[in-house]
Ligand binder design. Structure first.
Ligand code: CP
Length: 381
């Protein structure tokens, strides 16, 4: 047997075991809650997620990734090494609306692809060409879309709290794709997914987040996820772009980035968001780069194996040197690819929990009825 085949068998056995563990607890984790805005009814914030729910989402994303990679190849695998790993059509006959009131490349496109890969259809709503321009409110817009038969809404809005407001007014799942300064929960999940793929278990790992922490929904969502997964987090940036009391978030902070780099397993550098600052809170972009930019010289201080993340879009030469963004330590495009898997997992959890439980049971080699009866009886392994 070739080394490649042995690896494939091991990988598949690992996947089966992961699916088995997950399928026996999935319906318990996916049980609707009386607290209306919370996961798994909706997906609004990482602050509300438990460690088990985060792991369930990440593991579902891993299994969906395996299914995506293997696809139809399994049907003629004469070694019998692979399981039934085609992507499940969990969103067949479902329409998900991308309701974006702010620009997006990565998030909107990857939700679009995630829905389609799971067999659903999407409709991309552009606020600039809609009746919002005539004064229609957010909730009226969303209710009209629901009346047309939508099964889920993915919303990005500049006002913090808008996804929760929609969740309290609609009878279909709402997924937060970024709300003002508040949260960007799927970004944090895809970041954790990428870190886990590159570094393994995140317990004990040290993550340094650089830049505009005060205005960053990405930083906030990441801090909640990373701490729940056992990582330690440190932040650095100009005093005007750090929250007044970063320690209240359970993170270390320093105005001097150099003091944090040598111990970092991960450095996440954030975009300078000029559109979210009341006025430019920096003397100049050059000064930001001089003191906090992830330059080639600063990146050279990182220990072997440390990785560099950026949620995008990148301001090359401002928060990160082009050479660093494109260098060996950079996993920026891996983050983008992970976004599709994580968003498939979120959609599966909130829009089709029963079908997902059944698929997990099939992947693990159990019968779906066995899995369902164990899960609904409340056993969490
Ligand atoms: N990271 C991120 O949210 O990118 P987009 O604004 O392109 O969606």
């Amino acid at each position: 047997m070739t080394e490649k085949m042995t690896e494939k068998i091991k990988e598949t056995q690992k996947g089966k075991q992961m699916a088995k563990n997950l399928s026996s607890q999935f319906l318990e984790l996916a049980k609707p809650t009386k607290q209306k805005f919370l996961f798994p009814n909706h997906f609004i914030s990482t602050q509300d997620l438990t460690r088990e729910q985060i792991l369930s989402l990440l593991n579902t994303a891993t299994l969906l990734g395996q299914a995506l990679k293997q696809g139809d190849k399994n049907s003629d695998d004469s070694q019998g090494a692979a399981g039934p790993t085609k992507l499940p059509p969990l969103l067949a006959n479902k329409t998900i609306i991308n309701l974006f009131f702010e620009n997006s490349t990565r998030t909107r496109t990857s939700f679009d692809l995630a829905v389609r890969k799971l067999g659903g259809s999407t409709l991309n709503f552009a606020s600039s060409t809609s009746s919002v321009e005539k004064g229609e409110t957010l909730v009226d817009t969303a209710k009209n879309i629901v009346a047309m038969g939508a099964h889920g809404i993915v919303v990005r809005h500049s006002s913090a709290g808008s996804p929760q407001f929609l969740a309290s007014n609609l009878e279909i799942p709402v997924i937060n794709a970024g709300d003002g300064f508040h949260e960007h929960p799927t970004q944090a999940l895809l970041d954790a997914f990428t870190m886990r793929e590159k570094l393994g278990d995140l317990a004990g790992k040290r993550v340094v987040i650089l830049g505009d922490i005060a205005h960053s929904r990405v930083a906030r969502s990441n801090i909640h996820v990373l701490k729940k997964l056992g990582a330690t987090v440190a932040v650095s940036g100009p005093p005007t772009l750090l929250p007044p009391n970063p320690e209240a978030l359970g993170v270390e902070s320093s105005f001097r980035v150099e003091s944090l780099l040598e111990s970092a397993d991960v450095v996440m550098t954030l975009r300078i968001q000029r559109e979210r600052q009341n006025k430019m809170q920096l003397p100049s972009l050059d000064e930001y780069t001089r003191f906090w930019g992830l330059t080639k010289e600063r990146a050279s201080r990182l220990k072997p194996g440390a990785i560099i993340l950026h949620p995008g879009p990148i301001n090359r030469g401002v928060e990160v040197d082009a050479e660093v963004a494109d260098g060996d330590r950079s996993v920026i495009l891996h983050q983008v690819a992970s976004g599709i898997l994580v968003r498939m997992a979120v959609l599966a959890h909130v829009c089709e929990p029963k079908g997902t439980a059944q698929w997990l049971a099939e992947v693990s080699g159990q019968s779906s009825s066995q899995s369902t009866s164990r899960s609904t009886s409340g056993g969490v392994s």
